[in-house]
Design a protein around this ligand. Structure first.
Ligand code: ZN
Length: 293
């Protein structure tokens, strides 16, 4: 499953081509992906100008001049290719390789700038929907979604306030999408390792009595923003590198410090511990029991 930095990298990759362009024609090659397409999918897109390319949590939001928003989610294996004059690129930086098999090209947007945006998704867990911008905030996908982790809203006070009194393990609390949007397993593991906090400690320990933020809470909030920001920067530079090479972009190796590194040395300075793996709420947690307390 792509995480927030990957989706943001895709957004940044699509934006220069999509924003300002008109959608001339849409080839919808199936009636459904994970969910059915809206019945008027094609007619609500054709002839419309794209006025903005945004993102909320892990959803891409394409604002149209009609007041509609095209919502796109990549699911497990979705990706976009930009094609023009037999050159193709796949914006985004993914831990797993993306498919380029044309059998899995499900939607093709033909734009007025002579580019095609092609959505490919072998496993079809992705989906697309169209809703009026005025109804977006109340849409079931977004109604209960928490704050964006990249902005200033995510700070020590926010964490302390939300976690005060909670006995939930810190990792589970951070994955709660109704508090923080789009933060997933990989980057929670990374952030906790860098902040040297155990994924097993009670979330409530980040708040002082009375609900004020502890130093740990302040540190963790900053670390989360940095970890995500670095991943987006890495994704962006991979986009540029690949654009200059053969025009394709698929597998990109993130340099994780904890995630997927069971049995390897902890990279925190002066630690010397080994990254271990435990299972929390059915998902793997990678962490260093030596320095993460
Ligand atoms: Zn360590």
């Amino acid at each position: 499953m792509p995480e927030l930095p990957e989706v943001e990298t895709v957004r940044r990759g699509l934006e220069p081509t999509m924003t300002g362009a008109k959608i001339l024609c849409v080839e919808q090659r199936r009636t459904d992906l994970r969910f059915p397409f809206p019945p008027d999918f094609v007619s609500r897109l054709e002839g419309r100008k794209i006025v903005a390319m945004g993102r909320r949590a892990k959803y891409l939001l394409t604002d149209l001049d009609s007041g509609d928003v095209l919502i796109m989610h990549l699911g497990m294996s979705g990706s976009f290719r930009i094609e023009a004059e037999a050159v193709s690129q796949t914006p985004g930086a993914f831990h797993h390789a993306r498919s380029k098999n044309a059998a899995h090209d499900h939607v093709v947007f033909h734009l007025s700038n002579k580019k095609m945006i092609i959505y490919n998704d072998p496993r079809r867990f992705g989906f697309m929907d169209i809703v009026p911008r005025s109804e977006l905030a109340e849409h079931p996908l977004f109604r209960h979604v928490g704050i964006e982790p990249l902005g200033n809203e995510l700070n020590g006070n926010f964490l302390a306030q939300k976690f005060a009194g909670k006995k939930t393990p810190l990792k589970a609390a951070l994955l709660d999408q109704s508090l923080i949007a789009g933060l997933g397993n990989i980057y929670v593991c990374e952030a906790l390792n860098r902040a040297r906090l155990s994924p097993k400690r009670s979330a409530g320990t980040l708040a002082k009595k009375g609900g004020a933020a502890t130093e740990r809470a302040q540190l963790l909030a900053g670390v989360i923003r940095n970890v995500l920001g670095e991943a987006i920067t890495a994704g962006g530079s991979s986009l540029r590198d690949h654009r200059q090479a053969d025009g394709t972009l698929g597998y990109f190796q993130h340099s994780f410090r904890a995630y997927d590194r069971e049995g390897k040395p902890c990279r925190n300075e002066g630690c010397g511990g080994i990254i271990g793996r435990i299972v929390q709420s059915g998902r793997s947690t990678f962490y260093c029991a030596t320095c993460q307390r």
